[in-house]
Design a protein around this ligand. Structure first.
Ligand code: SAH
Length: 240
């Protein structure tokens, strides 16, 4: 269970109202029961439920069960899509081990605002689901150029280019295998309307840019993001 509080042996805190409800009414925890908690910084800890009244409880932090670990230095830059698919991208990118999820504004982007809090809630839920101990960082909605500028010189820009769809020599696994080892990367996924010509030139012109194809079919942005993450993780990331 994710909590924002500091975690160290002997500390105690009151979880949120929803979490107390979850512990007492859904999990039916009794006084003295154990739960595992993490905050994205201090590792995973075993905590003991101390019931107060019928509807509230505190957690007493006992001992560390796993040391803090971090995910690969892997960013996902993507042109945001409408609500349900955006939730999906935030959840799945977190499950796949992205360290930073970054919605970017592109020329043909159809979304004008992004709810970062909702994206963060999805990233937290996915971290709980997958038992990762770090939470993907959700970046504010930014223009594509600024997000690319934030990529350090040694970060590979992995440009998923639908106009290369089907070109065998651009096959994602092949391109990544040739480039490996890749320690830092930013996968770039375009909007439903595709990238503009200027954007395609801007992305390919970046230092360390790798253009690749995700096969002969034009995928929806959310599918493309997951497919690219799977290729990266299996060739250069933590599936290896
Ligand atoms: N409207 C565009 C499709 C955009 S798909 C068109 O019809 O041409 C959304 C994004 O997913 C693309 O910008 C690209 O980043 C990625 N994508 C989808 N299919 C892909 C493929 N086969 N290879 C590489 N990238 C792909």
């Amino acid at each position: 269970m994710f909590v924002p509080d500091e975690l160290a042996a002997g500390t105690s805190f009151q979880p949120s109202r929803e979490q107390q409800h979850y512990l007492l009414n859904v999990m039916r925890c009794r006084d003295g029961d154990s739960v595992l908690v993490f905050n994205g910084r201090d590792g995973e800890w075993q905590a003991e439920v101390k019931r107060g009244g019928r509807r509230d409880c505190e957690l007493m932090v006992r001992q560390e069960t796993r040391r803090q670990a971090s995910s690969p230095d892997l960013w996902l830059l993507f042109a945001p899509v409408k609500k349900a698919r955006l939730d999906f991208i935030a959840q799945k990118a977190s499950e796949m081990g992205c360290s930073r999820i970054w919605p970017v504004r592109t020329d043909h982007c159809q979304v004008s605002r992004v709810n970062d809090e909702r994206m963060l809630a999805n990233a937290i839920e996915a971290a709980e689901q997958t038992e990762r101990l770090d939470i993907a960082e959700i970046m504010p909605f930014t223009g594509l150029a600024a997000a690319l500028d934030a990529c350090e010189a040694d970060r590979h820009i992995i440009f998923c280019d639908e106009t290369s769809a089907g070109a065998g020599e651009m096959n994602a696994v092949r391109v990544l295998t040739e480039a490996a080892p890749v320690a830092k990367a930013a996968i770039v996924i375009g909007p439903e309307g595709g990238f503009s010509e200027d954007e395609r030139m801007m992305i390919s012109g970046r230092q360390n840019s790798l253009k690749l194809s995700l096969g002969p079919r034009i995928l929806r942005a959310d599918t493309a993001a997951i497919a690219a993450l799977a290729c990266f993780q299996s060739v250069c990331g933590d599936w290896t």
